[in-house]
Design a protein around this ligand. Structure first.
Ligand code: ZN
Length: 340
């Protein structure tokens, strides 16, 4: 791309923090967004930068999906607690990255229906979600040594809490990602191949940045267990990178159990609309053929419910949260041990 072409592709988002300045700054990423309600309005995305001298930069985001709260709360607490005097390098924190979605408590943006984790590399002339992805791709990720995007199951799913790594196939980058995952020290780490280049982790990989994700709860609520894992994990990572040298990592109760998602064969989908009665709990080890649940039909009370079975063995790592489901909804899926 020529200089003039890349200049035309500049983000319209403007930061009022100086990424090169030492100290703690709390400001906004401001995107002009003209609407019926606000002709000259801006979407203002809060950002906190804590910097002290030269060193690595860790970028943290939550609220990529607005209805996933453990990461948002953990990052606000980190932003309040981090002091420049304790930091060697830089930490960039954006607790509500897709701000319109976070403000609405929804997975997707109410403005453009955009799913930020399917929007990379983004578009500086697109809707707000595409513009945020483009700003990440062209500004924030370029500052980063490491990146962690914090998720949960949101309103429609509940997950057994885990930190996640998508493998990109570049040995060095995959190694650095695995190091970041091990440093985070979660009870469960899920390692799997990146399948969708429109997600945040592959966008980071394209820039040579080691990146993690993870699902730390769901049901549209806030898992205290998930929050605790994130809060210790972030600081463990910063210690690992040399950014927070004074942190004493708590001793993990057990070594991280490394797992991976199964293929599609380990997913159970609703073949028809109904009310789903799960028959397996999160964390339960199931056999092939074991019932995943019963699908009940409210229009036919005397009809026997449909029994849905797991096709393969594994551990239930995810379940649908609302009982009411439509044809095609994911009801559960399995994980199995990761063997490298
Ligand atoms: Zn998410």
């Amino acid at each position: 791309m020529s200089d003039s072409a890349s200049a035309e592709r500049r983000s319209q988002i403007v930061a009022d923090v100086d990424f090169g300045r030492d100290g703690k700054q709390a400001g906004n990423l401001s995107m002009p967004w003209s609407s019926h309600e606000s002709a000259y309005g801006q979407i203002q995305i809060p950002i906190v930068v804590v910097k002290n001298g030269d060193g690595p930069t860790m970028l943290y985001t939550a609220g990529t999906h607005g209805d996933e709260y453990e990461g948002q709360v953990a990052l606000m607490r980190l932003a309040r607690e981090l002091e420049p005097a304790n930091v060697c390098g830089r930490v960039v924190i954006v607790p509500a990255l897709n701000y319109p979605a976070a403000e609405a408590g929804r997975r997707t943006s109410p403005i453009d229906q955009g799913n930020l984790n399917r929007a990379y590399p983004g578009d500086p002339d697109g809707g707000p979600t595409a513009q945020i992805a483009w700003y990440m791709s062209t500004v924030l990720l370029k500052l980063a040594t490491g990146y962690h995007d914090l998720h949960s199951g949101g309103s429609s799913l509940e997950y057994l809490e885990y930190a996640g790594l998508m493998l990109c196939g570049d040995k060095d980058l995959d190694r650095r990602g695995l190091d970041l995952l091990q440093a985070f020290a979660p009870p469960i780490g899920v390692v799997r191949k990146a399948r969708d280049g429109r997600a945040a982790q592959p966008a980071a990989h394209r820039l040579g940045v080691a990146a993690l994700g993870g699902e730390f709860g769901g049901r549209g609520g806030l898992s205290r267990h998930g929050l605790g894992i994130i809060e210790a994990g972030l600081r463990n990572q910063l210690k690992h990178l040399g950014i927070l040298p004074g942190w004493n990592p708590p001793k993990p109760a057990a070594p991280t159990r490394l797992m991976t998602w199964t293929g599609r064969e380990g997913f159970v989908y609703a073949p028809a609309p109904g009310v789903f009665e799960p028959l397996a709990d999160l964390g339960e080890e199931v056999e092939a053929g074991q019932p995943a649940g019963l699908l009940h039909f409210i229009d036919e009370p005397t009809r026997a419910p449909l029994e849905l079975r797991f096709a393969v063995p594994g551990m239930v790592i995810c379940r649908r949260a609302p009982a009411r489901c439509r044809r095609g909804d994911c009801l559960a899926h399995l994980a199995v041990p990761w063997n490298g």
